[in-house]
Write a protein that binds this ligand. Structure first.
Ligand SMILES: [Zn+2]
Length: 457
């Protein structure tokens, strides 16, 4: 009885004090009216900034939680399901590669999160905007110089991290083949190329925004979609040559085998190239780009060196199947729809000046809108990227179905095994991590999927 009385009185005490503290919000209102609102243009601006900070933090926490979950699948012993791919020693190496990358990504992501947060809270974007307004009046030039400066500072800040990743981590695991000279030339080239492409796109968008305001969103949508179509068609012929040499495949025997396969599945293929990827990294890859007569297959020289000819044909058959199942077209359509959603929402945001002012600027401007919108858009962009990945993983299985033809399943299997070994891939990501980030099913799942085709034959 005494205990019960004690419990009731404690509960009553807790209730009454919490009532006074929580429900009596006059102190909060006072604080807001006297201290907070005067700093902001309006209460609405304040709430937008709170959302911006919240979304940034939310995204940061989400990525950290997912990365942490992934570490739960680490093990010192070679797991049974990997025994047909890894041996003890290679597995240990892949685990320490994974750990190293994990530690490094915690540092880099935390760093960029803190920089972004400080830029928002301590008026960083406003400062750059106000500084540039002293010299530039034209809104289009203002936006371009603003982003040119931001991107330049960002590249400068990222450079040490990128250097460490290439020359310490990748070097330690024998992946890096790049030289310091090549690394710096690459960095400068990427910066200049980014300037040329993105700043011209941006200039076009600001122009449309200022001159054709009422029709902004659909004209911007057409401009953005044309840009992505253009780069899908010309990526391999315009961008890649700036960094790598692509020459027609030299090995005639291999070329003949690939052409024979293409002919068998009625696939017109004129452009098979090899690329000198080995000057930067020993990792393997192959890609397919373009449409119609522009389509070409590019093999990394590292891949040609280490896989057997039949395995290479199996890898390419997978790529050809992507095309035959119209995955490239599907991705293009999806990206056009995605751009439509983004531009429509952005045009809605452009009608709310408080969004632009939420980063402390005194006058609304296109670039401030763009930065604030990009962050506010985070939840939608997470959902869109989930869709992308789900679609892409489904497409990977479909492309593997070519193994019906010729009983190529074992060849693709052995190529995938070699690929995982060579790239020290993490074959056991956490389910949640895989769901969020993996654009391809794990090799383990693909191997099991291919196993089905072997049984049929
Ligand atoms: Zn694929």
């Amino acid at each position: 009885m005494k205990k019960l009385l004690f419990l009731i009185s404690t509960l009553f005490l807790l209730y009454s004090t919490s009532y006074a503290c929580i429900w009596d919000t006059s102190w909060l209102t006072d604080w807001l009216t006297n201290c907070v609102w005067p700093i902001y243009n309006s209460q609405f601006t304040f709430w937008i900034e709170i959302y911006i900070i919240w979304f940034l933090t939310f995204e940061f926490i989400l990525t950290k939680v997912l990365a942490y979950l992934n570490t739960l699948n680490w093990s010192d012993e070679l797991p049974t399901e990997l025994k047909w791919i890894y041996d003890e020693e290679k597995y240990k190496k892949s685990q320490s590669y994974e750990k190293e990358k994990h530690k490094f990504s915690i540092i880099t992501t935390s760093f960029s999160f803190i920089v972004m947060l400080l830029m928002i809270i301590f008026w960083g974007f406003w400062f750059i905007d106000a500084f540039l307004r002293n010299y530039v009046q034209n809104p289009m030039i203002l936006t371009i110089t603003f982003f040119a400066l931001i991107v330049f500072l960002q590249t400068l800040l990222n450079l040490p991290f990128s250097y460490y990743s290439t020359f310490v981590i990748e070097e330690k695991f024998w992946f890096n083949k790049s030289t310091k000279k090549l690394f710096f030339i690459d960095s400068i080239k990427s910066l200049v190329l980014g300037y040329v492409i993105w700043l011209s796109l941006l200039a076009l968008l600001v122009f449309v925004y200022n001159k054709l305001w009422n029709n902004f969103w659909w004209i911007a949508w057409i401009i953005m979609s044309s840009f992505s179509l253009f780069f899908m068609l010309f990526y391999s012929t315009l961008i890649v040559p700036l960094f790598n040499k692509q020459i027609p495949l030299q090995d005639q025997e291999l070329k003949k085998k690939i052409e024979e396969f293409a002919k068998k599945v009625w696939f017109k293929l004129d452009n098979i190239y090899e690329m000198d990827a080995s000057k930067r990294s020993s990792k393997w890859n192959a890609y397919f780009s373009g449409f119609w007569s522009k389509k070409r297959i590019v093999l990394f020289d590292t891949l040609i060196k280490d896989l057997s000819q039949d395995e290479i044909v199996a890898v390419l058959a997978h790529e050809i199947w992507h095309y035959k199942r119209k995955h490239t077209l599907q991705m293009l359509i999806f990206s056009i729809i995605q751009t439509w959603v983004i531009m429509y929402l952005f045009s809605l945001a452009l009608e709310i000046p408080e969004i632009s002012l939420s980063l402390w600027a005194k006058l609304p401007s296109f670039h401030m809108w763009l930065i604030a919108f990009t962050i506010l858009f985070t939840p939608v962009s997470i959902i869109l990227s989930l869709f992308w990945n789900i679609l892409s993983r489904r497409n990977e299985y479909q492309a593997d179905e070519f193994a019906w033809i010729n009983n190529e399943a074992s060849l693709l299997q052995s190529a995938l095994k070699k690929l995982s070994l060579n790239n020290l891939s993490n074959l056991r990501p956490h389910k949640a991590y895989e769901f969020f980030y993996y654009s391809h099913p794990t090799v383990l799942k693909r191997l099991a999927f291919l196993e089905k085709f072997k049984k049929v034959w």
